[in-house]
Design a protein around this ligand. Sequence first.
Ligand SMILES: Nc1ncnc2c1ncn2[C@@H]1O[C@H](COP(=O)(O)OP(=O)(O)OP(=O)(O)O)[C@@H](O)[C@H]1O
Length: 223
Amino acid sequence: MISLENVAYTYGGGELLSDVSLRLAPGSFHFLTGPSGSGKSTFLKLCYAELLPTSGHVTLFDREVRSLDRDEVARMRRRVGVVHQDCQFLDHLPLAANVSLPLTVSNREVSGEDLGDLLGWVGLKHLADALPPSLSGGERQRAALARAIIMGPDVILADEPTGNLDWDLSLRLLTLLVELNRMGKTIVIATHDLNLIRQAKAQVAARVLRIKARRIQLAGADL
Ligand SMILES: Nc1ncnc2c1ncn2[C@@H]1O[C@H](COP(=O)(O)OP(=O)(O)OP(=O)(O)O)[C@@H](O)[C@H]1O
C-alpha cells in the first residue's frame, strides 16, 4: 500500500531520517513514536507525497512517487486521509460544510444522508451547523477525522490526533480509529502518548515503530 525503501530525508541541514525501509500493509495498524523533533510528521508527509525523499524510494499504491505528475499525486492523495496535528477549518463555514469540503472542492456530490451518518458516527451530528471557533478540542479532532475519511480513503494518517485531548476523549478518538481499521482501513498514528499505544494494543494488533537515531525501528514489548 505504502512502502519506503532506503529512504533518507533532509530539510537542508543534517539528515533527519536515514535508511528507512518499511511497508505499510493493507489493513495494518501502526503507531509511530519518537522524541519531539525526531521526524514523525516528516515521515507522515513522505507517506502521502507531501515531501519527496532526498534519496531512496517511496511507493504509494504501487507507484513510485517521483514518477507521478500533479494530477496523479492529487488522485493518490484522495486515497489517503490525513488528520493534521493542528486541524484547521474555515471558520466562517459550518462544521458540516467543513467536513464535506474535500468532496465539494473535487466537484463531487455530497449526500445529506451520508454526511449525517458520518457526523453521527463521530458524535457531532448535533453540531452540524456550528461554526468551528465554537468547537472544543475533542470536537475539532473528531471533525478533522470525519473530514479525513469523507473521500473514503484506504489509508488514514493521523499526526498526534490526541495531542490536546484529555484521556477520555483520547480513548474515544482511538476507538473510532480502531473501528476504521476493522473496516479494513490502514492506520498510522504518530503519537508521544505511550499510554494510548498500550490501550490500543489491548484492542487491535498494532505494530509500534520508533524513530531512534534517524532510523525507524520496530519497537519491542518494552512499551
Ligand atoms: N519545513 C521545514 N524546514 C526546515 N526544518 C523543518 C521543517 N519541518 C520540520 N523541520 C525540522 O525537522 C525536524 C523534525 O520535525 P518533525 O515535525 O517531523 O518532528 P516530529 O517528530 O513530528 O516533532 P513533534 O513531535 O514535536 O511534532 C525538527 O527539527 C523540525 O524543526
